[in-house]
Ligand binder design. Sequence first.
Ligand code: BG6
Length: 463
Amino acid sequence: MDGSARENIGTLIVLGATGDLTSRLLLPGLGRLLTEQPERRFTLVGADLPAEDGEAWTRTVRAAFDTAGAAGPAVDHVLARTAYRVTDATSAEDLQQLLDAADGIPALYFALPPAVTARAVEALHRVTLPEGTVLALEKPFGGDRDSAAALNRRITALVPEDQVFRVDHFLGKSTVLNMLGLRFTNHVFEPLWNREHIESVEIVYDERLGLEGRAGYYDRAGALVDMIQSHLLQVMALVTMEAPVSMDAADLRAVKAEALRAVRPWAGDPVAAGRRARYTAGSVDGRHLPSYADEEGVDPDRGTETLAEVTLESRTWRWAGVPFVLRSGKALSGARREVVVTFRGVPPVPTGLAGTIGPTVLRLCLGPDRMVLEINVNGPGDPFVLDRVPLTARLAGGRLDPYGEVLHGILERDPTLSVRAEGAEHAWRVIDEIRAAWRSGRVPLEEYAAGSAGPASWRDGPG
Ligand code: BG6
């Protein structure tokens, strides 16, 4: 990351302060960051429609910090000064007042539903923004490629691109970022990192969690948008991108956006490239889950998928012909969360070597975070009869949790981990094609029992 001196954010204004995202993710992440960085100083302002008083807000912040075990001088500093302002985020007048009262450079964090965010951005066009103002936007950024492009145009008419933070907490995961160090500092991987030597790549994020009361958002998003559009495609970009000149925001974001530009549905066929399914009643870890269609707030006729899988390709000289399978689902039996790079088999295995011989596989596992390289070595007894062994390394956790890492970037005004404008649009373009195929009814919505490994017909691998 770029180490040049930049004035830090003086006031972090959270729009949507009384929402679930703020208390569940944002504030705990902030608490951990403040614990880790006791010297950090800024003012936290919560802004939202409900007529809450300052004390209630301070209690919310304190409770969220407590859940994160946050403590220390920076935590005390924030708690002593934090304020709540009753605000209509879509009113230019209210936004102007918030910004006028800010100390130092303000960051506006939009912890709001996308439709409200879009209206707030419009209102900002009638506001005088202080020099350097940062705009931080939660996913999903827009609702399809066109709306993301329109939002990009409106936002970048307000502030320059490097003051726009399209937030993706996945890129704050240290094991996701580990892809960079692993690829670009170990000679053993990068020369093989291409279509000549790699057979396939899987990027899987299966969860045991069900809907968890998030129907209002999730039933309109579904697994494809919730996880693949915003997170897994970003991970794919880290796997497929060319080496950046440096880890500076400009260099890293440029190669990532270029990598996303090359992504297409497998064989250019969005119907065959995707599968979708929805969970029915079942139990996960002894917890009974109702059928997704019966969950409170769900409209079953929307046909929202809770498990999505897409096979994509990167149309580049480096990757053409290598399938990238991206999958994520809820209420599954196992929390398999990993990037799996399968290398091609050797041509041929010399006669006389026997045993369990398979291709070399590299796994980057997210939670518990580790790297596993599966190779063939001699088993016990006959040295020509081989066994597969995993070479496993535990990967260190980050100094901050993913949200803390993202907030650190915002407070330092360093956009390295934020998604660049075209990157967000390219990611939508791929998803729009898949969604159009799904909406046309040509891809059936399959079913799986909550707590199972997914539809039985999927168990033999990608379709
Ligand atoms: C969020 C999705 O962005 O990421 C959730 O909205 C998902 O549906 C979550 O559960 C997964 O990320 P993590 O880091 O919480 O495992």
